[in-house]
Design a binder for this molecule. Sequence first.
Ligand code: ATP
Ligand code: MG
Length: 335
Amino acid sequence: MTDKTKVLLTGDRPTGKLHLGHYVGSIKNRVALQGQYDKAFYMVADVQGLTDNAENPEKVRNNAIEVVLDNLACGLDPAKTTFFIQSEVPEIAELTVFFLNLVTLARLKRNPTVKDEMTQKGYGEDVNAGFLIYPVSQAADILAFKANVIPVGIDQVPHIEQTNDILQKFNSLYGEVFTKVDVKLSETSRLVGIDGNAKMSKSLGNSIELSDSNEVIEKKVMQMYTDPTHIHVQDPGKVEGNVVFQYLDIFDSNKEEVAELKAQYQKGGLGDVVIKKRLIGILQEIITPIREKREFLAQDPKQIMDILKAGTEKARETARETLREVKQAMKIDYF
Ligand code: ATP
Ligand code: MG
């Protein structure tokens, strides 16, 4: 059943090819939910991608098409979801400027996801202003389309909270223009990277990509972090923190066999290679059809650009309409 009162929006930063974390954290939900609401949008977040890649515009430009290919290959359908490019909808930038008046510097600095990312990137106080305020720009991405259903991974929750703070402030100052935004978290809202240290991320080099070949998948799984104290097959091994078992819990549909393997591993007598081989087969089975569809779609880049062009025009119509309403509420509708 479609809920005509709701609008869905998601997107990716074009900073690299997408990986299994995107697939389980967000894309699966996007695909399942498209068509259930009044409108659905998919945004190539190139403006946000530039906030930490200002010196590398080619990277952002080249990956714009890659993230679209990844989403199309996973089943996001341009007939149901409007694909657009963030920088081509200048109304978003305009709305960002208005929203900046509604947020304090202290609040921006408290955002835990931004804090983590700043530590990871070694920014400290030298963070550029664009990066620090990207959650405000993200609030504008969402609200320019009056979107209220956002399928994302758990790292995005603080940003959605910030969006709700901004819209409440806006509504209380200027009148009820926006409705509360809901996060749609998936069952796996944070997939750990193959190193076991952090979330799988494009920027950390710890990912398995949706475009990886069977050989690369095999190589990456063989490198996965398991239990460093499990040296000989007969040694008892740890399941907690063991990335291979974390992945089997998520991707292996035979839960009973996984439980048996865990028991055997903990007791001793089960080698890492056996569980890794099992995981390799499962991941190859998931990724192969995505990779093949991706390769097929990549043969016609013009078609991808046409999808983006038509979608961007459509998205801009919606954003223009919202900005008209916003400016009227803010009493800056002069002519
Ligand atoms: P970057 O390192 O450039 O920030 P990223 O890998 O974090 O890249 P994003 O484009 O920032 O990817 O995230 C896009 C979407 O995918 C967001 O909804 C985010 O929550 C989700 N996502 C990204 N990585 C993971 C992960 N490891 N587990 C679950 N969801 C994820
Ligand atoms: Mg990210």
